[in-house]
Design a protein around this ligand. Structure first.
Ligand code: NAP
Length: 286
């Protein structure tokens, strides 16, 4: 037998739930398309098992992994260091091994930014951000860093909204305020971009609705949802019915994944390969 390297670099994805997350399909398609000797494995990991799972990663020499709900903040104290943006965001969705040490990065917000920039330049815009969890924090920081004028953070747990709003004012030059996500949140009329960064409407809770006043959607607004599954949430459908331009979560998930592959392998992969995989998976015909 000739000398052949049969070993692939291992990449994981840890979360709970994980079964509705399509990242493994698009990563594997991308690795295959670009002849990258890498494998991507999604694993259901509970809060209690995160430390043991990370020990497994180190023992098996994984090159990296993604973290999703509920591990994006819990992973931080286990790591050897953070990138500047992960530090600022306070959450990690991508971990990479370098010289036997593991470092945290956050690509979520950058993925959203690339996606929204295909529709508008966020600079100077007013944003209503619904949610204050890991995805919302990443989006808020990246939008603030590119010069969004104002972000209103609206969340069920209003203390978390206040905390994120204060963090934005302290660390960036963006104006910010907070509000409670109650029964019928009214979006201010001069809002340019509305973002749902909560889990409301995520599979299998398809009929759960984001409690905003449907009459406050105005045609000049760009309304986006970060939920991946399903891509067409009831939130986006309501906004579209009022004439808004809508943006689904698939662009964000593809863009953030492209950055992750660059972090793990140094290779710039073609986002269209991942996008096509998701279109097939979700039976989207474009
Ligand atoms: P997280 O840190 O757990 O935050 C969850 C957020 O959703 C919190 O603001 C939480 O409010 C809110 N929420 C959950 N259930 C709610 C309910 N029934 N009513 C009101 N608010 C509710 O999760 P995350 O990581 O930010 O993820 C949030 C969503 O973003 C998920 O659907 C995830 O799949 C999606 N995501 C998409 C991408 C992408 O690339 N497209 C990337 C990352 C995440 P409280 O603080 O009040 O609990």
């Amino acid at each position: 037998m000739n000398e052949v390297n049969c070993k692939s670099a291992l990449i994981g994805c840890f979360g709970q739930p994980i079964w509705e997350n399509p990242t493994e399909f698009m990563m594997e398609a991308s690795f295959k398309h670009h002849h990258l000797k890498m494998r991507y494995i999604s694993t259901e990991v509970s809060r209690e098992n995160l430390t043991s799972a990370f020990e497994g990663v180190k023992a098996m020499g994984y090159k990296g992994f993604n973290c999703t709900i509920p591990h994006k903040q819990a992973i931080i104290p286990l790591l050897d260091g953070l990138s500047e943006s992960a530090e600022l965001i306070g959450a990690v969705n991508c971990v990479v091994e370098r010289d036997g040490k593991y470092f945290g990065e956050n690509t979520d917000g950058k993925g959203y930014l690339t996606s929204i920039q295909e529709l508008t330049d966020p600079k100077g815009k007013k944003v209503v951000l619904i949610g204050a969890g890991g995805a919302a924090r990443a989006i808020a920081i990246e939008l603030a860093l590119v010069g969004v004028r104002e972000i209103i953070v609206v969340n069920r747990n209003v203390e978390k909204a206040q905390e994120l709003s204060c963090h934005l004012k302290e660390k960036t030059s963006c104006e910010s305020s907070s509000a409670q996500l109650g029964d019928n949140y009214v979006i201010p009329e001069n809002t340019d971009i509305v973002i749902n960064a909560t889990c409301i409407g995520m599979y299998p809770n398809l009929t759960e609705r984001v409690p905003v006043d449907i009459e406050s959607f105005k045609p000049h607004m760009i309304v986006s949802d970060v939920i991946i599954n399903p891509p067409q949430t009831s939130f986006l459908q309501e906004a579209a019915s009022k004439g808004c331009t809508t943006l689904d979560g698939l662009g964000m998930v593809v863009n953030q994944a492209v950055i992750c592959v660059k972090v793990w392998s140094g290779v710039d992969v073609d986002p269209r390969v991942m996008q096509q995989t998701l279109y097939v998976l979700f039976e989207i015909h474009k």
